[in-house]
Design a protein around this ligand. Structure first.
Ligand code: LLP
Length: 426
C-alpha cells in the first residue's frame, strides 16, 4: 500500500495533487511520500514483533538525507557500502551503533572511519578482506565486530544482474569455506565474531529462496557452535521484491513470519537477533518520477511520447529492461488514446522509460513513473550534461524540497581546463 492515488481523476501524493508539485518545483522531479516510507519500514518492525531485531535500511536504494533522517527517527539501522554512505547516515542523524558495512572491497580509510565511529558490524566478504580489517583495527588499537557474508549458493530467481547468492557471483564466502574462515577470524586479536550474514539477490518475488538460504546458514551455525563460535546476530540481507507490474511478492509480514517459523526450530533462536537490510521494499513504491510530455511524435511503426525525463534520471528501464508503470497525472481532460514508447531527450536508442504503453495524453501533460523511490535518483547521472532533478518529500499537505535541482554550473564544478602553457596543441 502506498499514498499515491487518484482523487477525482488527478494523481495525488498524500494530500497534494502532483500538478501542484510540478508547478512549484518544475519537471522532471522525484516525489517521495513520507507516510509511505514510514509505513513500509513499520511493516518490518511490526512483523518481527518481540523477536530481537534490527532493520538496517539499505542506503544505496535511496540515500537522500531526508529519507535517512526519517528512518533514523523511526529507529532504523543502516546497511552501507561506502564511507560516503556512512557520512550520509551520520549527517542525517543515524546511529553508528546501528550501522552494518557491506561490500566486497572496503578500503582501509573506509574501515578506519567506520571503526572510529563505532559501527555495529562489518560484513566481511573474503579472507583477504578479513586480514585487511584485522590489520587496520590493530593499527587503531580497536577490535572490529565482524560477520562473514556467506554465499549460500541458492538461485534467487531474479534478474542476473541483481542475483548475488550463486557460486558464480563475486559476493561473499562460499558456504563450504566459511567454517574455516570463521575459525581464522576467531583467532584474530583485532576482530570479534558477532554475526553471520548473507544477501542472495534483489527483487525476489518468493519466500522459498530465502528459506533455502536460511536452512544453509543454520547448518553452518551448528558447525560454528561445535567450534565454540557463538553468533549474536543473523543478517539475512535485503532483497524482498515489490510489485512493479503484476508481480505478487510476499509482504514483509508473510516473509518475516515464514523466516521466524523456520528459525524457531533452531535451539537458542530466541537469543539470535535478526537483521534485515531492505532497500527496495521500503523506498521503491514510496516515490514517483514526475515528468512532462514535450512532444508526441507519431511514426509508421512506433509512436513516441518524448518526455523531459531521460535514462540519465532513471536508468532502470534502459539498464535492466525494467518495467515501471507510467501514469497520466490528470485524467480529467478528454484525450485520444494511443500506444507509445515513452522516451527521453538523450541521444541513445536505449533511452526509454517505458515501451508500448497505452496512454491517453497530449503534449504538455504530466506523467508519473511509478516505483521510482528506490534505485532512481541514486543511479542518476549527468549524461548529456543534464542537471539531475530535484527531490521533494511530501508530508501530508506539505511538500519539502529535500534536494534542489542541479544548476548548470554544478555540472562542471570541480573540473579544470589545462594551464595556459599546456593548452596549446603541438
Ligand atoms: N544488502 C546488500 C548487501 C545488497 O547488496 C543490497 C542490494 C541490499 C541489501 C538491498 O537490496 P533490496 O532490498 O533493495 O533488494 N540497482 C538494482 C538493484 C541492485 C541491488 C544491489 N544490492 C535495481 O535497480 O534493480
Amino acid at each position: 500500500m502506498d499514498h499515491f492515488e487518484y482523487r477525482d481523476g488527478v494523481l495525488y501524493a498524500e494530500e497534494l495533487p502532483l500538478p501542484r508539485i510540478a508547478e512549484e518545483f518544475g519537471t522532471p522531479c522525484y516525489v517521495y511520500s513520507k507516510a509511505t516510507l514510514a509505513r513500509h519500514f513499520r511493516a518490518y518492525t511490526e512483523a518481527l514483533g518481540s523477536h530481537p531485531h534490527l532493520i538496517c535500511y539499505a542506503v544505496k536504494a535511496n540515500s537522500n538525507l531526508a529519507v535517512l533522517n526519517l528512518l533514523a527517527r523511526l529507529g532504523a539501522g543502516f546497511d552501507i557500502v561506502s564511507v560516503g554512505e556512512l557520512e550520509r547516515v551520520l549527517t542525517a542523524g543515524g546511529d553508528p551503533a546501528r550501522v552494518v558495512f557491506s561490500g566486497v572491497a572496503k578500503q582501509e580509510n573506509e574501515m578506519a572511519r567506520a571503526l572510529s565511529v563505532g559501527i555495529k558490524c562489518f560484513n566481511v566478504e573474503s579472507r583477504a578482506e578479513l586480514e585487511r580489517l584485522d590489520a587496520v583495527a590493530r593499527g587503531l588499537d580497536r577490535v572490529a565486530p565482524v560477520s562473514l557474508r556467506v554465499n549460500p549458493d541458492v538461485d534467487a530467481g531474479t534478474h542476473p544482474y541483481i542475483s548475488t547468492g550463486l557460486k558464480a557471483n563475486k559476493f561473499g564466502i562460499a558456504v563450504d569455506e566459511a567454517r574455516e574462515v570463521y575459525r581464522q577470524a576467531a583467532a584474530m586479536d583485532n576482530v570479534r565474531v558477532v554475526g553471520l550474514d548473507c544477501h542472495i539477490g534483489s527483487q525476489l518475488t518468493e519466500t522459498a529462496p530465502f528459506l533455502d538460504a536460511l536452512d544453509r546458514l543454520l547448518v553452518l551455525l551448528e558447525r560454528l557452535r561445535e567450534d565454540g563460535i557463538e553468533i549474536e546476530h543473523l543478517d539475512l540481507g535485503g532483497g524482498l521484491g515489490v510489485p512493479y507490474h503484476d508481480e505478487r511478492p510476499p509482504q514483509p509480514f508473510d516473509y518475516a513470519t515464514a523466516l521466524l517459523e523456520r528459525l524457531s526450530r533452531w535451539p537458542g533462536s530466541d537469543r539470535l537477533t535478526l537483521l534485515f537490510e531492505p532497500g527496495r521494499s521500503i523506498a521503491a513504491n514510496a516515490g514517483v518520477l514526475l515528468t512532462r510530455v514535450e512532444f508526441l511524435k507519431p511514426g509508421e511503426t512506433k509512436n513516441f511520447a518524448i518526455v523531459d525525463a531521460a535514462m540519465n534520471d532513471l536508468i532502470r528501464p534502459a539498464l535492466y529492461q525494467a518495467w515501471q508503470a507510467i501514469l497520466p497525472v490528470d485524467t480529467t481532460q478528454a484525450r485520444p488514446s494511443g500506444t507509445y514508447d515513452v522516451v527521453g531527450p538523450v541521444c541513445e536508442t536505449g533511452d526509454f522509460l517505458g515501451q508500448d504503453r497505452e496512454l491517453a495524453i497530449a503534449a504538455g501533460d504530466l506523467l508519473a513513473v511509478r516505483s521510482a523511490g528506490a534505485y532512481g535518483f541514486v543511479m542518476a547521472s549527468n549524461y548529456n550534461s543534464r542537471p539531475r532533478p530535484p527531490e521533494v518529500m511530501v508530508d501530508g499537505d506539505r511538500a519539502h524540497l529535500v534536494r534542489r535541482r542541479e544548476r548548470l554550473a554544478d555540472l562542471w564544478a570541480g573540473e579544470a581546463t589545462l594551464p595556459d602553457d599546456s593548452a596549446e596543441t603541438p
